[in-house]
Each structure stands twice: as structure tokens, then as C-alpha cells.
Write a new protein. Structure first.
Length: 152
């Protein structure tokens, strides 16, 4: 999967950042997010997405979104099903692998009942997973297994 030459779409950024479609398109218009428009769809390389996620104004917007994301979870008075929220700090050495891993699972609809946020805190990737407990824990375990296998 590494160096696979795959491209990513706005929908991936929406799922990973929690930012709105309009906000992402404003970042494109302002030049903060650089991509290529083909057949009416914006395409981004792994490198372009990582540069975007490291931009200080983008990180501030994602942090504000993450704060709201967690506060909404903690303050919800009623949930019709079991819900979980998990925060995972990723070793810097695995940051490329984690982005590709998340994109792969988003593309394969393994995250349908999970909200995901990917942020960089002082260059350290941090993932927040929120949603159906069984799916959140399953994805968290898969992330853990991936990290352990790449650390060997």
C-alpha cells in the first residue's frame, strides 16, 4: 500500500477532518490545499494531504472541530445504542502508514458507523474514533495491530 500512487478525494478529507465541504473547497481556492481537478472531482496525493493537515490554520480548525467532537460525545444526554470515543496517539514513525490505513478502510466502507478525526498535535498524528462501540473497538484494534506489525 505504501507508495501505491493512489489519489484521495474531498470525501476522504471530510471524513478525516470533520471539516465541511465548503471549508475544504475554500482551502483549495486559497491555495492551502493543492490538488488536481479531473472529470469534475478533486484528487489529492498522500503528500498533498499531509502538507494540508500540517498547515497551522488547518490544524487550528481541526482542533476546534475535535474539541466540539469530544464535547458533543461527553454531553449527549441519550444514546439509542452503545457508543464509544477513543483517542489514539500514533508514533511519528508510523504517520504515513496510518493515513494510508485510514484511507483504505474509508474506501472499503469499514467506517460507516464511525466518525473519524485525524489531527497532528506537534507533528504527532492523533486519531479520534467515535461511534458504534463494536466498530470503534474493532477499528482501534486493527490500528493497534497495524502499528505493532510496522514496528517490527
Amino acid at each position: 500500500m505504501i507508495n501505491s500512487g493512489k489519489y484521495y478525494l474531498i470525501k476522504h478529507l471530510l471524513l478525516l477532518t470533520g471539516l465541511s465541504d465548503r471549508t475544504i473547497r475554500n482551502y483549495i481556492k486559497s491555495g492551502i490545499l493543492i490538488g488536481e481537478k479531473t472529470n469534475g472531482l478533486w484528487h489529492f496525493s498522500q503528500k498533498q494531504i499531509e502538507l494540508f493537515l500540517h498547515n497551522s490554520s488547518v490544524r487550528s480548525a481541526i482542533k476546534a472541530n475535535n474539541d466540539a467532537f469530544i464535547n458533543d460525545f461527553l454531553s449527549a444526554p441519550y444514546r439509542p445504542e452503545y457508543q464509544s470515543c477513543v483517542i489514539i496517539d500514533i508514533p511519528v514513525s508510523a504517520k504515513k502508514n496510518i493515513s494510508e490505513f485510514l484511507f483504505y478502510h474509508i474506501n472499503n466502507n469499514a467506517t460507516d458507523n464511525i466518525d473519524i478525526s485525524l489531527n497532528y498535535i506537534s507533528n504527532t498524528p492523533q486519531i479520534i474514533l467515535k461511534g458504534c462501540t463494536s466498530q470503534v473497538l474493532n477499528l482501534a484494534n486493527m490500528i493497534s495491530e497495524m502499528l505493532m506489525s510496522t514496528a517490527k
